[in-house]
Design a protein around this ligand. Structure first.
Ligand code: UD1
Ligand code: MG
Length: 468
C-alpha cells in the first residue's frame, strides 16, 4: 500500500505585527508571497518521495484574498475555513471537518504558512524518523538562544511536552529548545487526541501542541539549523528569512559553478536560472523569471528582471535589462537600458547610454553610444553611430523602423518612422531619414557647410575681467 499524507498549511491568522496592508500569508517574500514557499516545498517533497497526497490550506482572516491568490498561483490545493481564530488545534479541527478524505491519509503533516525556509529535505528527514521508529508523531524543534514567544520543549524521562511562552514558569522560559510548529503525525493519532484538547490556558486558545504528551509514542526532533524554522511575525523576521532564503539560493548557484565576487551583495530571486562559469559582481539584482546562460559576466550595479542572457554574453556595469534577450556573446553597457522586447543578437554590442525598446537587432549589430532604438528591426552587422534616434512616436501611435544589414548609420542621425532602409546603405552623419532608402543607397540630409575665413572674432565673445 502506498504511503499517503494529508498536508495542512495553517494560514488563518492575521499577522498584525507585520503592519502590512495584506493578510500574513500574502506578505511579500523575495519575488513571491510567504505562503508560496511551504506549498512549493510540500509539492517537491511529495513528488520526490512519490507520496499520495493532498494539500489543504486553512484560511480565516481575509480568506477570500488568500484563497484567490493561492488558486491563481498553485494547482490542486484544497481549502478549509476556520471561522474564528481560536488556536492552532481549532484550525486543525476545521481541516478535519472540511472533508472526510482528510481522515483517510496515513499521516497528517502540519506546517505554518509563515515558515518559508523549511525545505523538502527537512520534510523528508521528519518522514524518515517517523517511519524508522514507527512513531505516532514528531515535532520539529530547534535551539533558539532568544526563545521568547516560542513554545518550549520540555523533555522528561517519559518523553516530552510543549509549554507555550504565556503559560511557562520562569524556569521553563529558560529552555532554549523550542517548537517550530512543523509536525508529522499519524492521522488516527491526531484525530483521536485532538478531541481532548481544551482551552484551559492563559491565552484561552486551543493549542495543537497539546497533542504531544509525556509517555506517548511521540518525539521532538531537534534540527541543527535553526534558520530553517524561522517564523515571520514582524518585519525584522521577514528580513531575516528573506536573507536566509537568498543565502540558500546563492549556495545552490555556487554549487552549480556560479562565481560571486561578493555574494552578500547580490540579490537573486528564487526562479532565476544561472549557468556554470558565470561571474556575478556585487550590487546586482537578478529577479523574476530570468534565465542566464554559461560563462556570462554580470558586472556591478546590473538589474536584470524577466530576461534571458545567453552563454558568454556580458552585462556591463549599471545596465538594466527588463524583459530583454541578450543573445550569445552579445554585450550591453555600461549604463545600457534594454526594455521589454529588446532582442539583441549574437555578438551584438550595445554601448553606454543606449536605450533599446521592442526591437530586434541581428547578429553583430553595434549601437555603441547615446542612442534610442524603439520598434525597430536592424539587420546583421549594421553599425549605428553615436546619438542615433528612431523617432517612432507621432504623439498617438508607434511606428516601425527597418534597417537592413551591413549598413553604416552616421552619428547624430535619426529615422522618422515608418521608414525603411535597405541593406548595405550609408546614412551620412547628422541626417534625418524620412524616406525609404533602397539597397546600396547613400543618403545625406543636412545643410551644406559654409565657411567664411577670418571673421570668427565677430562671433567669439570675450569675458570682461572685473578689476579689484
Ligand atoms: C505556535 C506554537 C508554538 C511554536 C510557534 C512556532 C501553538 C499553540 N504554538 O505559536 O509552540 O513555538 O508556533 O512559530 O501552536 N493559525 C490558524 N488559526 C488560529 C491560530 C493560528 O490558522 O486560530 C495559524 C497562523 O496563521 C500561523 C500558525 O497557525 O500560520 C501559527 O500560529 P501563531 O499564532 O503564529 O502561533 P505562535 O504563537 O507563533
Ligand atoms: Mg507564529
Amino acid at each position: 500500500m502506498n504511503l499517503s499524507i494529508g498536508a495542512v498549511v495553517l494560514a488563518a491568522g492575521e499577522g498584525k505585527r507585520l503592519k502590512l496592508n495584506a493578510p500574513k500569508p500574502l506578505a511579500p517574500c523575495l519575488d513571491k508571497k510567504l505562503i508560496d514557499f511551504p506549498i512549493r516545498e510540500l509539492k517537491k517533497f511529495f513528488s520526490q518521495n512519490k507520496i499520495e497526497s493532498k494539500i489543504t490550506v486553512v484560511i480565516g482572516h481575509q480568506r477570500d484574498l488568500v484563497r484567490s491568490y493561492v488558486e491563481k498561483n498553485h494547482s490542486e490545493i484544497s481549502f478549509a475555513i476556520q471561522e474564528k481564530q481560536l488556536g492552532t488545534a481549532d484550525a486543525l479541527r476545521s481541516y478535519f471537518n472540511s472533508s472526510i478524505v482528510t481522515k483517510e491519509f496515513h499521516y497528517t503533516l502540519v506546517i505554518c504558512a509563515d515558515t518559508p525556509v523549511v525545505s523538502a529535505d527537512d520534510l523528508t528527514a521528519l518522514l524518515t524518523l517517523v517511519k524508522s521508529e514507527d512513531l505516532d508523531g514528531v515535532a520539529a524543534s530547534f535551539i533558539e538562544s532568544n526563545p521568547k514567544g516560542y513554545g518550549r520543549i520540555v523533555r522528561g524521562k517519559k518523553g516530552f511536552h510543549i509549554i507555550e511562552e504565556k503559560d511557562a514558569s520562569d524556569e521553563i522560559r529558560k529552555i532554549t529548545e523550542v517548537n517550530s510548529g512543523l509536525y508529522l503525525l499519524k492521522t488516527s493519532y491526531v484525530v483521536e487526541h485532538l478531541k481532548e484538547i481544551d482551552s484551559n490556558n492563559k491565552s484561552g486558545e486551543f493549542y495543537l501542541t497539546d497533542v504531544f504528551k509525556d509517555g506517548f509514542n511521540v518525539k521532538a526532533h531537534c534540527f541543527e539549523n535553526a534558520e530553517t524554522f524561522l517564523g515571520v511575525n514582524d518585519l525584522r523576521q521577514l528580513e531575516t528569512v528573506e536573507h536566509s532564503l537568498r543565502v540558500k539560493i546563492k549556495k545552490q548557484h555556487r554549487e552549480n559553478g556560479v562565481r560571486f565576487i561578493d555574494a552578500p551583495h547580490s540579490y537573486i530571486d528564487s526562479e532565476v536560472e544561472i549557468g556554470e562559469g558565470t561571474v556575478i559582481y556585487p550590487n546586482t539584482f537578478i529577479t523574476g523569471k530570468t534565465k542566464i546562460g554559461k560563462n556570462v559576466v554580470i558586472e556591478m550595479g546590473a538589474q536584470i528582471s524577466d530576461s534571458i542572457v545567453d552563454d558568454e554574453a556580458r552585462v556591463l556595469a549599471y545596465s538594466i535589462l527588463e524583459g530583454a534577450h541578450l543573445h550569445c556573446k552579445a554585450a550591453a553597457g555600461p549604463f545600457a537600458r534594454l526594455r521589454p522586447g529588446a532582442d539583441i543578437g549574437p555578438e551584438a554590442k550595445i554601448g553606454n547610454f543606449v536605450e533599446i525598446k521592442k526591437s530586434v537587432l541581428d547578429r553583430g549589430v553595434k549601437v555603441s553610444h547615446l542612442s534610442y532604438v524603439g520598434d525597430a528591426f536592424v539587420g546583421e552587422n549594421t553599425n549605428i553611430g553615436c546619438g542615433f534616434i528612431t523617432c517612432n512616436y507621432d504623439g498617438a501611435n508607434k511606428h516601425i523602423t527597418k534597417i537592413g544589414k551591413n549598413c553604416f548609420i552616421g552619428s547624430d542621425s535619426q529615422t522618422v518612422a515608418p521608414v525603411e532602409i535597405g541593406d548595405d546603405c550609408f546614412v551620412a552623419s547628422s541626417s534625418t531619414i524620412t524616406k525609404h532608402m533602397p539597397d546600396g543607397s547613400f543618403a545625406i540630409s543636412r545643410n551644406q557647410q559654409t565657411t567664411k575665413e577670418g571673421i570668427a572674432h565677430r562671433f567669439i565673445k570675450k569675458k570682461e575681467h572685473k578689476k579689484g
